[in-house]
Design a protein around this ligand. Sequence first.
Ligand code: NAP
Length: 894
Amino acid sequence: MPEAMVAARESNVANGTAQQVDVAVVGAGFAGLYLLHRLRKAGLTAVGLEEAGDVGGTWYWNRYPGARCDIQTIDYSYTFDPELETAWTWSEKYATQPEILRYLGFVADRYDLRRDIRFKTKVTEARWDEATARWQLTTSNGAPVSARHYIMATGCLSAPKPPEIDGVKDFKGEVYFTGRWPHDGVNLAGKRVAVIGTGSSAIQSIPLIAEQAAHLTVFQRTPNFALPAHNGPAPSDRMSLLQGDRTAYREQARQSMAGVPYPQQTVVSWQLSDAERRERFERAWAAGDLVHILTQLWADQAVDVDGNKIVQDLIREKIRAAVSDPETAAALMPDDHPFGAKRPCLETNYYATFNRPNVTLVNLRQEPIKAITAGGITTARRNIDVDVIVFATGFDAMTGAIRAVHPITGRGGKSLTDVWAQGPQSYLGLTVEGFPNFFMITGPGSPSVLSNMAVSIEQHVDWVVDRLAALRDAGFTAIEPTETAQAGWNRHMADCSMVTLHRLANTWYTGANVPGKVQGLMPYTGGVGPYRSICDEVVSRGMLGFKLTGPDGAAQCNDGEVVKLQPDVRLVLNLLASLNLPPIESMGAIGARAFVEEFNKGRPAGRPIGDIVDGTLPGPDGPLPYRVYKPSTSGPHPVVVYFHGGGWVLGDEQSDEPFCRDMVRRTGMMFVSVGYRHAPEHRFPAAAEDGYAAARWIAEHATELGGKPGPVLVAGWSAGGNIAAVTCQLARDRGGPDIAGQLLVCPVTDCTFDRPSYNDNATGYFLTRSLMYWFWDLYCSPADRTDPRVSPLRGKVAGLPPAYVVTCEFDPLRDEGIAYAEAMAAAGVPVEQLRARGHFHSSFAMVDVIITGAPGRVQMAQALRRFAGLPPEVSRDDEHSHVSPGHRIAAAAS
Ligand code: NAP
């Protein structure tokens, strides 16, 4: 640092004149250091304000015994400078806290970053000044700061949680917090030590504390899943991947879901045998890698309670084997949350430590702590005398790091604490409406703690610094998200949270660990790669959702929501777009059928049900194939006649198998899927007449098929929805069969293409307008198209069976489905509608791919059960004779 600059800064500090900078950064950990480096390179002046006496952030404070990272260190490193990557070599697979701290010091020295950091300086207040469009900061130590931009690089776990236990002040012994461990170490030799908490910090420190202490008592409220770290040298397979192609390795990490380069699993648990699952699990267990075991077992482990429960059971088996005393082992086995929904831990000798004679576990679920006394800890059952209490009780996570640190006042005197009173609101987890030029690195609303922080930090820092430089270059002085954009992001966050199982656990991810804190999932669960692409999309769409303002009234605002699709729909559509497939309508009918068949081979087949039986039934012009899907419970069951989708051209009685299986499981009914004739070989009205004839025959032969005699139900998706609707009209007009209800999923109901949904969703959502033109042309001559047997909306709709009509927001067929539902309702038919926000035409048929379609199918199943006179509640007991904890979690989920 030039002498003159040092002198100027010191004199500012001394005389109280505000230090003028482009950017003020709070924190000098991983994020703050990289920010200072990037800001400097972008030609922006910056000051880092750091409460600690040196760089390091979380690694400065968390010096408890055993503190290490638990993402492999080769992944938990900066990647912005290839020379830095080769200049530093980690000594272990999981580096210790001192080594990580040395690394951060090395980085600070290498880029000469300390010269821009004011250590031992807390920001005591931050206020946006409208007149100057700058942030005015007061500090605990030295000059105030005036900055154009204010960036919180405060980390997610930097505000330790108070103990919330009565009597802490009365305790006469030593008290330590893992998150604020003394720098000169603690001597625990010969002492009676209590550790309160069994999260990551406790699980890392307990084995080492037990080695020193005369006696260790561990106070556990909630057992946590912990996996062996198998620490040692960095594994050779990962090292050779990295060294083989460093650029590709790092890029794969950036595009991955968790920020570590592992592929997406596609095989779901029920496609694997017990032996195959165990083999995968043992491999993961031996790998000693959190991200590996969290992502590489099977595709449904993190999104489905059944797929998750298999992992839980396998881990519980390991705990049982590791701990000698069965009662202690049982107490250490987590049973109240899905694996991964609460942050699991890596351990070294953790479970084995409970076999030591000097270690006792106190299960607070059975004997809660009543108070801390002068001499120890009193539970509901006993007094335990101790000399030392170690609080490993965690943090006021994510929001605590920002909100609790100091008052932050934005535009119009709005305080961030008030704005976040009901939980954190943000756009992209980066910015907050009403707080111009305010940024958070890995803030709530971004992948942050659900990712490799090193990767997420670099992505955020790059994005923010690039924006600040672009803002400056365009002559703007302020940037702020719009209300619309922020509300849209919060909706997207909520949509994402429905995909994974995180919402099913009480954790610091949801704020549940802090009494009185508003609860809601704070990190973004949509994945690192998808998140990065969304941030990039905001830029490529002209800073979508941001207001930019500058001198002399200069302003730009491209308002809108960046993601309106459900997160998994977005992923599927992006994947399809990346395949650059030719339009289906260009393949010809034969080619298109072959394509669909091939495409369907790659999807999960659907979960096991009872019997599946094939047969043929007499159609109007020859036999028609059918496939019966039966529940696993004993029948007879009500019968649903099902018509597959495919534009009257594609598909067959097996092509909607995952949907049929799923609905059989959810309804407890029997589905008979009909193979009606297809165009262009058999044009209108072949499909309609086949559908009607099949429904009639199935109703007449319900008993032979194993179903319940009496009224049938009809259901169909897409063109199959059209056939189902037409079947109901024909049944009414031709004297039966008796139909108790109809489920129409994204049905074709009319022959016009001028409703708004045809224009809004003409391309980009798989079912295109031009594909629909093609289907219509192959099936039906223009002269026939107003016939109600293909355009049921043109027919009489009174007197039809009760209907449940499903439409999807991003589907060309949306508005005709709604029109049909409204026409039936106007004619007195009992109608319920599900208008599925953020979904596309195939959402509900893509079972186990579009996870966000599951709640919709629950509602469809409930409707069918109502139509059949069954209680609407779909009990999983219909499929399983006992209720396991996993299923209780599932019931809570739905
Ligand atoms: P934590 O995971 O929140 O664990 C806190 C523990 O204290 C929990 O077992 C909690 O029980 C218990 N507890 C809290 N208040 C209590 C009270 N009043 N009475 C009794 N028990 C109480 O905190 P942490 O272990 O410090 O870890 C926080 C996060 O930091 C981790 O999840 C991880 O992301 C990160 N971390 C990472 C590493 C690493 O990379 N190696 C190491 C340490 C921490 P309940 O579960 O019942 O609330």
